[in-house]
Design a protein around this ligand. Structure first.
Ligand code: FCB
Length: 469
C-alpha cells in the first residue's frame, strides 16, 4: 500500500474477544446455575477488592447496545464464550432452554450484522456441581464436556461457522489446580496433572461430538463448521543465551507452558522434559487417549500477551526486575530494561509474537492459525472532557500487528486476529482493577466510552491494514 499503510492478506478476519463470566453478570437469571468462578470470587481474599462477576459489565442485559459497539468497530468476527452453567446448571442432562435461547439470539443478531461468531465452549466457568465431584481432575468431566458440546452444537450448529472447545487449558489447570490463583483454587500437583489430561481428552471428545452433530454440512455454506482449540502461549527466551543453565531453564519452562498442551495435540505425547508430577503419567493415560486428543482440528487459536525471559541466578542474588520462581531454586523471570511493561507487569515485545507464530507453525504444520487474544492492560482514565486516551495500547496493538504481518510474510498461515478485549471487564483474580478494553467501562453507570484504540482498531479493520510506522 502506498498511503503509509501495510496491507494484510485479503479476507483476513478482524475481531474482538470476550468471555462469559467476565462480561455477562446476571449470574442467577433464566436458570443459570453457579460456576466455580461464582464460588471462588465470593471467597474472601481470592480477588482484588473482593470483586465478583455478579454484575460484571451487565452484558447479559446489554446485548444490543454492545453489539452496536461491534458494528462501530466494523469487525468481521466476534469471539465470545458460552457459560456452561446457563446451558446445564448441574453440568449434565437436559438443557436449560432459556440459556440456549439467549445464545441463539446473540448469534442471530451477530449474523444479521454480518459479524461471524467464533464461539468458545469453555472459558473457565465450570458448573459448580461438577467441581463438587472433582472437576477436571475427574475423567468423567471430559465426557460431560463432550455431551455439553454436542448439546450446544445441536442447537447452534447451523449458524456458527467456528467453534473453540477450550480456552487456555494451561491457565485452567495450572492456575486452577496447581498455584490455586484461579478457581477452583486448588494447590495439588496430582490434581493438576489429572486436569491437564482430562482437559485435553475433553477437547478431543468435544471435537468429535461437534463433528458428529454437524456432519451433514448444516451451515448455509453447505460446509460443516470448523473446530479448534485456543492455547495460551508464551515465547520463552534464556536471559543469557550463552549460558547452559539459562537455556535449560527456558526449555523446561517452554515444555511446562507450551509443550504440555501443544505436544499431545500435534504429536500425541507429553514433552519428555516434563518429569513425574509435571505431566500426566501412565496412571492417567489410557489406551487410545492420544488418538482422541489428536482429533484433527481445523485451526489453532493462539492467545499471546508476553514473552518470558528466564535465567538462573547461581550467586543467589536477585537483580532489579527479577521475579523468583518459587518452584525452581535460583530460577527467575527477568525484566530487561529496554522492554516496557503493561499494567499487568507483563513485558511488551512484539518480536516475540513473530518468533512464537513461526515456532507454532513449525510444530503444528499447515493448520491455519488465529490469534484469538492479544492486547494490553493500561492505566486508563476518563479525561475531564469525557474522552479516554490510550496511546500505550495503540502502540502495543500496532507493534503486534506488524509482527503478525511479518509472520504471514514469512509463511505462517495466520487467518485472523481478535483483540482482547471489546471492553474492560472482570479480569479474574484482578477483579476490575485491570482494564484491557477498546471501550472503557464506567462500572458505576455501565456506560461504555470508546478509547482512542477503538477508533484506531476500527481503521485497521476497515482498511485491512496497519500504519507502516
Ligand atoms: C487470558 C484470558 C482472558 C483474559 C486475558 C487478559 O489469559 O483468556 O480471559 O483474562 O488473559
Amino acid at each position: 500500500m502506498s498511503d503509509g499503510r501495510d496491507a494484510f492478506p485479503e479476507g483476513f478476519l478482524w475481531g474482538v474477544s470476550t468471555a462469559s463470566y467476565q462480561i455477562e453478570g446476571a449470574v442467577a437469571e433464566d436458570g443459570r446455575g453457579p460456576s466455580i468462578w461464582d464460588t471462588f470470587s465470593h471467597q474472601p481474599g481470592k480477588t482484588t477488592n473482593g470483586d465478583t462477576g455478579d454484575i460484571a459489565c451487565d452484558g447479559y442485559h446489554r446485548t444490543d447496545s454492545d453489539l452496536d459497539l461491534l458494528s462501530e468497530l466494523g469487525v468481521g468476527g466476534y469471539r465470545f464464550s458460552i457459560a456452561w452453567p446457563r446451558i446445564q446448571p448441574d453440568g449434565h442432562g437436559a438443557p436449560n432452554q432459556a440459556g440456549l435461547d439467549y445464545y441463539r439470539r446473540l448469534v442471530d443478531k451477530l449474523l444479521e450484522r454480518g459479524i461471524a461468531p467464533l464461539v468458545t465452549l469453555y472459558h473457565w466457568d465450570l458448573p459448580q456441581p461438577l467441581q463438587d465431584k472433582g472437576g477436571w481432575a475427574t475423567r468423567d468431566t471430559a465426557d460431560l464436556f463432550a455431551d455439553y458440546a454436542a448439546t450446544v452444537a445441536g442447537a447452534l450448529g447451523d449458524r456458527v461457522p467456528r467453534w473453540i472447545t477450550l480456552n487456555e487449558p494451561w491457565v485452567a489447570s495450572s492456575m486452577g489446580y496447581r498455584s490455586g490463583e484461579h478457581a477452583p483454587g486448588i494447590t495439588d500437583p496430582q490434581q493438576y496433572v489429572a486436569a491437564v489430561h482430562h482437559l485435553l481428552l475433553g477437547h478431543g471428545k468435544a471435537t468429535a461430538a461437534i463433528r458428529a452433530v454437524t456432519a451433514a454440512g448444516v451451515l448455509p455454506s453447505g460446509r460443516p463448521p470448523e473446530v479448534g482449540i485456543t492455547l495460551n502461549m508464551a515465547q520463552i527466551y534464556p536471559a543469557d543465551p550463552s549460558r547452559t543453565a539459562d537455556r535449560e531453564l527456558a526449555a523446561d519452562l517452554d515444555a511446562d507452558i507450551n509443550g504440555v498442551f501443544l505436544d499431545p495435540l500435534t504429536r500425541g505425547a507429553y514433552p519428555a522434559r516434563l518429569g513425574p508430577g509435571q505431566a500426566p503419567g501412565p496412571g492417567l493415560i489410557r489406551d487410545g487417549d492420544f488418538a482422541t486428543i489428536q482429533a484433527p482440528i481445523d485451526f489453532l487459536g493462539v492467545n499471546y500477551y508476553a514473552p518470558h525471559i528466564v535465567g538462573v541466578r547461581e550467586d543467589g542474588i536477585v537483580r532489579r526486575g527479577d521475579t523468583p520462581m518459587p518452584w525452581r531454586p535460583g530460577g527467575v523471570f527477568t525484566q530487561p530494561e529496554h522492554l516496557p511493561v503493561t499494567a499487568m507487569g507483563w513485558l511488551v515485545d512484539p518480536n516475540a509474537l513473530h518468533d512464537l507464530l513461526l515456532r507454532v507453525h513449525d510444530d503444528a504444520g499447515e493448520v491455519p492459525l488465529y490469534i484469538t487474544e492479544n492486547g494490553a492492560a493500561c492505566y486508563d482514565y476518563v479525561n475531564p472532557d469525557g474522552t479516554v486516551d490510550d496511546p500505550e495500547r495503540v502502540a502495543y496493538l500496532h507493534g503486534h500487528l506488524q509482527a503478525a504481518r511479518q509472520a504471514i510474510a514469512d509463511g505462517v498461515p495466520l487467518r485472523g486476529y481478535f483483540a482482547w478485549s471489546l471492553m474492560d471487564n472482570f479480569e479474574w483474580a484482578h477483579g476490575y482493577s485491570k482494564r484491557f478494553g477498546l471501550y472503557f467501562v464506567d462500572y458505576g453507570t455501565q456506560r461504555r466510552i470508546a478509547k482512542g484504540s477503538a477508533g484506531w482498531y476500527a481503521e485497521v479493520a476497515k482498511t485491512n491494514s496497519v500504519p507502516s510506522s
